[in-house]
Design a protein around this ligand. Structure first.
Ligand code: AOF
Ligand code: ZN
Length: 365
């Protein structure tokens, strides 16, 4: 590993991030081909998950791929899926060296990609910027290893952590720049998820607007009884943009039929006490293919995910206003007595966004 390896891998990682939110259930991989100190090919996993990153970069490089070094953010695949193995494509193109960030956890690949390359005399270096790659591919790894997607929990609140007044007024606590930043964050996730209370109170559309993206994230509403207005924004747009509803077994059959008729996909989930089991919600979403879910509250769903230790990244937008104790707290009850049992996160970023403060926190890996 040398300084150039790190520089080109950083470039490959930034390309890979471009596909986040658009490739599920596949990981969004980046690939850079370098020949004689010059970048001759760049690729990332295409919308829908195919083609993979490597054939895109190889097609760009053409004959210049012969003898080149390939920087790839994930071990190249070795399996015959819907496309031929990327290993075979790298071998056939005459690539001399492969630098990969991290091994693929898909059992169809899991080390076999590296082995195949080495068998063909290609020099393989692994582990370059592996920590960053583990973060970027965390959703894919969580799904293949634990069956659930990565969860980012975003909350926009007052200085004192409230998301509405006592009378339920919530629009708008944070400013237009923060809302725009939220749209960009939605676009980097496979799905946007809210609880039923938020869907009723805000009547959100949960779409990405004004960013010119090709593929809208799936909208997920968690509603045990499916008691949501059929004339709301979500229901009205269910034919154009996927809308999935997680519900319990006690949900009224007529309502289930009505939502299905509107174009929603129903995901029955296990009930745990008074609420849907957050572990099962995420398992169902994982089974349906999601790798990265952006949860925008409300307080009950946020509390239930946090209490079950299912939040991987916390994003706060904090506004310079105070609402007071009558207001609705951003996070519902966690049932904690002891501070040492409180979910703790590491600060990774803080910056002003318009008149608000953005802060991002990650679960320790
Ligand atoms: C790569 N480069 O850009 C991606 C890879 O269903 P398939 O046939 O498209 O294969 C999906 C698997 O391929 C996925 O589970 C992961 O192991 C790998 N993804 N591999 O070499 C890529 N997206
Ligand atoms: Zn591949």
């Amino acid at each position: 590993m040398n300084a150039a390896d790190i520089r080109y891998m950083a470039l490959a990682l930034s390309l890979g991030r471009r596909g986040q939110g658009a490739c599920w259930p596949n990981p969004s991989v980046g690939c850079v081909l370098v020949s004689e100190g010059r970048v001759v090919g760049r690729g990332w996993t295409q919308p829908g998950g195919r083609p993979h990153a490597e054939p895109v970069a190889l097609a760009q490089a053409g004959d210049l791929a012969r003898g080149a070094t390939a920087y790839i953010t994930l071990e190249p695949c070795a399996h015959h899926g819907e496309t031929p193995p990327c290993c075979d494509a790298l071998i056939a193109a005459g690539v001399a060296r492969v630098v990969a960030a991290i091994e693929d956890s898909d059992p169809r690949v899991a080390g076999q990609g590296f082995a195949a390359l080495r068998q063909h005399g290609i020099s393989v270096t692994t582990g370059v910027l592996a920590d960053q790659a583990a973060r970027d591919h965390a959703g894919f790894f969580l799904r293949t290893e634990q069956g659930r997607p990565l969860v980012t929990l975003k909350l926009a609140s007052s200085f004192d952590g409230r998301i509405a007044t006592g009378t339920g007024q919530s629009q708008w606590i944070t400013g237009p720049q923060a809302r725009r930043a939220v749209h960009a964050m939605r676009a980097r996730h496979d799905a946007v998820m809210v609880g039923a209370g938020t869907a009723r109170a805000d009547d959100p559309s949960l779409t990405v607007r004004d960013l010119g993206i090709q593929r809208q994230p799936v909208r997920v509403v968690v509603s045990r009884h499916l008691d949501l207005p059929l004339l709301g924004q979500l229901a009205r747009s269910a034919r154009e943009i996927p809308l999935w509803v997680c519900h319990g077994d006690a949900a009224d059959a007529e309502r289930l039929k009505a939502w299905q008729g509107m174009g929603a996909r129903l995901l029955p989930c296990a009930v745990d006490g008074m609420q849907l089991d957050p572990v099962d919600i995420l398992q169902q979403l994982g089974q349906a293919g999601l790798t990265r879910v952006f949860c925008e509250g409300g307080s009950a769903l946020a509390g239930s995910l946090l209490a079950a230790d299912l939040v991987d990244e916390l994003i706060g937008f904090t506004a310079g206003l105070t609402i007071g104790a009558e207001g609705l707290p951003a996070i519902g009850a966690l049932g904690l007595d002891r501070l040492d049992a409180a979910p703790r996160f590491q600060l990774i970023e803080t910056r002003p966004v318009g008149d608000d403060i953005l802060h991002r926190w990650q679960r320790a890996l």
